[in-house]
Structure formats: structure tokens, C-alpha cells
Design a protein around this ligand. Structure first.
Ligand code: ADP
Ligand code: ADP
Length: 216
């Protein structure tokens, strides 16, 4: 079965009188346990595609199916629930709340806040014993590991990562990609957007975007 299906999707941004076609007829399917890297020049539509896959935004034309559900036919409440339970987001700049500890950051998105589970997730990303650290007391690599633990808070089937190694040095980038590889081996589907060829090597498949289209 497909976790994600994107069918003839267009995304047009209107800026005053000007229209920008950020996506121009994108088609792809993501099977269960897939690990896909999306590459391409700046402005080619990678983030827009990731946002549509994560129901952070809706297509202007075409359809997005997540776990077999047609996104545009869901109410905004149903969309929000599916986003929260079905998808884990990882960002370039980690996006942790600076006044909260690692454990509190992981608990934050939980549908059923559970301290024990937050600690288990932190253990899983190699942060045993660092539950009470604030983001400023962690290295960049550790912060991204907290962000990955947070993305797993509601047991998603799909992780969407936008430049997850963009702010990290080589050693930490490799650590983060190995962690994503382990999660993929455990059954999670993953899409990363990246400029980093080293990061893309960990994916099972790479697609290139250009001018709002996936090149084949
Ligand atoms: P990438 O992630 O590959 O750099 P984006 O998806 O961010 O590309 O952007 C694709 C195009 O859409 C670019 O021309 C960008 O300027 C435009 N764009 C993206 N988001 C918006 C927005 N919210 N409003 C207007 N234009 C946007
Ligand atoms: P950048 O690509 O500049 O590093 P991010 O990857 O942090 O930016 O965020 C990309 C987009 O995702 C932003 O437009 C932001 O509105 C959105 N976003 C960031 N964090 C969240 C979140 N926790 N939930 C929903 N949307 C988010």
C-alpha cells in the first residue's frame, strides 16, 4: 500500500497580480517503508511539496492522498488530526522551544502526554540521561536528535525532514542520517529534502526537482 500519493498536483502562489507556479503537475507515490530524498536547486518546489505532503498546505489543483485518505475531502479538524498523528516533522533549525527541557519538548506534541514514553524516545535517539537539558545545554547534533524524538511522539508512519543536516557538521550529519536509516528499517517511511549529497546517499531513492516538476 502507498503511504502517500501525489496526483497531478499544482501549487500556485498569488502575490498581488503575479502568480508563481511552485508546483506544476507533480506525480509520485511513496510506498510503505520508502526512504526518498528530494533534491534540486533552490526555488524548484521542494519545500512546497513537503508542505503539501504534510498537510501544512493544500494543493491549488490535483490531489494528495495520505494513508489512502483524500486530503481535500477531510474537514480541517480531520486534516489537523491526521497531520498530528500520521506525520512527524523534522526541520533544518530543529525548532525546539528554548525554555523547555528535552523531555518537555518531546512531550509537547503528544496526544496523550506521557513522560515515560518521552524518555523512551530520547533513549532511542541516544540521549539517555539528558532528559532535563535545555536546548542551549545540548550540541546541534543532540538538538536534532531531540527533534527526531519529538517527531516520533505520536507514532507516525511518515517522517518529513526539510534539510535535516543543513546546520550540522559531517559527523553529526552522518549520525542523524544513520538514525533516520534505523527508523526506516523499523518500518517508518521517510522523505528528506536536502542539498547534501552525503545525506541523500542514505535514501533508497533520489528524485530531482526543477521548475516545480520532478525530473525523470
Ligand atoms: P525550494 O524548497 O526548492 O527552495 P520552494 O518550494 O520553497 O522551493 O519554492 C518554490 C517557488 O515558490 C519559489 O519560486 C518560491 O519563491 C515560491 N514560494 C514558496 N512559498 C511561497 C509563498 N508562501 N508565497 C509566495 N511564493 C512562494
Ligand atoms: P527553514 O526552511 O527556513 O529552515 P523551517 O524548515 O523551520 O524553515 O520551516 C519551514 C516551514 O514550515 C515554515 O514556513 C513554517 O511556517 C512551517 N513550520 C515550521 N515549524 C512548524 C510546525 N511545528 N508546525 C507546522 N508548521 C511548521
Amino acid at each position: 500500500t502507498d503511504i502517500l500519493k501525489v496526483k497531478e498536483v499544482w501549487k500556485t502562489y498569488k502575490m498581488g497580480a503575479e502568480e508563481i507556479n511552485a508546483l506544476q503537475g507533480v506525480d509520485f507515490k511513496l510506498e510503505e517503508k520508502a526512504f526518498l530524498a528530494v533534491m534540486g536547486p533552490s526555488g524548484s518546489g521542494k519545500s512546497t511539496l513537503l508542505h503539501l505532503a504534510g498537510i501544512l498546505d493544500l494543493p491549488t489543483r490535483g490531489e494528495v492522498f495520505l494513508q489512502g485518505k483524500k486530503i481535500t475531502e477531510l474537514s480541517s479538524k480531520e486534516q489537523a488530526h491526521l497531520r498530528r498523528t500520521g506525520i512527524g516533522f523534522v526541520f533544518q533549525r530543529f525548532n525546539l522551544l528554548s525554555q523547555l527541557t528535552a523531555e518537555e519538548n518531546v512531550m509537547l506534541p503528544m496526544i496523550n502526554p506521557d513522560k515515560k514514553k518521552a524518555r523512551e524516545l530520547l533513549d532511542r535517539v541516544g540521549l539517555e540521561g539528558k532528559y532535563d537539558r535545555l536546548p542551549t545545554q545540548l550540541s546541534g547534533g543532540e538538538e536534532q536528535r531531540v527533534a527526531i524524538a519529538r517527531s516520533l511522539a505520536n507514532d507516525p508512519l511518515l517522517i518529513l525532514a526539510d534539510e535535516p543536516t543543513g546546520e550540522l557538521d559531517t559527523a553529526n550529519s552522518q549520525m542523524i542520517m544513520e538514525l533516520l536509516t534505523d527508523l526506516n528499517a523499523e518500518g517508518m517511511s521517510i522523505i528528506i529534502v536536502t542539498h547534501d549529497p552525503m545525506a541523500a546517499e542514505y535514501a533508497h531513492k533520489t528524485v530531482q526537482m526543477r521548475d516545480g516538476k520532478i525530473l525523470d
